[in-house]
Design a protein around this ligand. Structure first.
Ligand SMILES: [Zn+2]
Length: 282
């Protein structure tokens, strides 16, 4: 079955489409210096290492949303992230860094800097709505809002910043957006979002699949690597809100996220391997 369809939207004036190929090449040379096995060794068939930054949304003074179960989003995102971490650490060659593993404040500008250099950044959140009807799972990557609903989700999550300072720095952000590198990162972010959303849809087939969307999340805008926000369900929906407070349900969500990350890792393995080889040549 095909995953959710989406179209990559680029910021106005980025000249993105004709630069995608070039950016892809730049991206292939990006990242960190990692150790690789000598040529011809049996380990050549193994996936190159993958370093994952997990970002449990909110924390400390920022509770995030509170829904029908009465449990603040910050606690559920941490529980979900710890589950994802434990599953990922069972995989050979996967490293995990948490932006937080306790109930502490961490502003949106700091989060994308934690654990760099890394390969992917996954921020975990739960959704909320003024009415009890909306439900389902959606995954975001950075870009102009794909629809008014996506805009509202990003506005709500951005408002939770403990220190909104970096959000005001529009000149820096404009430079980032104009960067070829950024285009390559956005393409990979879209790919990561699709894999994770598909993993979630398969792990929790009863949940509404709201698909892959784009919005101007501060935590994504500032990320130097492929980055997504998972909105794992609506805390404000009468049934889904209760399920999200159930450890067994969070475990299913964690398994779906991990499957998506691993599929992305396999799909980009050659690119990461080329990076390792290139570094060895020099
Ligand atoms: Zn949130």
């Amino acid at each position: 079955m095909n995953g959710p369809r989406f179209r990559v939207r680029f910021p106005a004036g980025s000249g993105a489409p004709r630069l995608v190929l070039l950016a892809g090449c730049l991206l292939a040379g990006a990242g960190r210096l990692v150790q690789a096995s000598p040529a011809g060794s049996p380990a050549d068939t193994a996936l190159p290492p993958l370093r994952v930054v997990l970002d449990p949304g909110h924390g400390g003074l920022s509770n995030g949303a509170v829904g029908v179960a009465g449990v603040p989003e910050k606690r559920l995102t941490l529980q979900l992230a710890l589950g994802v971490r434990d599953l990922l650490l069972r995989e050979a060659g996967v490293e995990v860094v948490m932006t937080r593993d306790q109930d502490v404040d961490l502003d949106l500008g700091q989060r994308p800097r934690v654990g760099q250099p890394a390969d992917v950044f996954v921020s975990l959140h739960m959704n909320a709505a003024p009415s009890p009807q909306p439900r389902g799972i959606e995954t975001y990557f950075f870009g102009p809002a794909s629809d008014p609903g996506a805009f509202q989700v990003a506005e709500r999550e951005n408002a939770e910043a403990v220190d909104p300072g970096p959000l005001a720095d529009d000149s820096d952000v404009a430079e980032i957006l104009a960067d070829l590198w950024r285009v390559g990162v956005q393409m990979r972010s879209a790919q990561l979002a699709q894999e994770v959303q598909q993993g979630l849809a398969q792990a929790v087939p009863g949940a509404v699949n709201r698909g892959v969307r784009q919005a101007n999340f501060a935590v994504l805008r500032l990320s130097p690597i492929p980055a997504i926000v998972v909105e794992a369900g609506f805390l404000t929906h009468p049934q889904e809100g209760k399920r999200l407070a159930d450890p067994a349900y969070l475990d299913r969500l964690a398994r779906g996220i991990v499957q998506g990350i691993l599929r992305y890792a396999r799909a980009t393995a050659r690119e990461r391997q080329a990076m390792v080889t290139g570094r060895q040549v020099h």
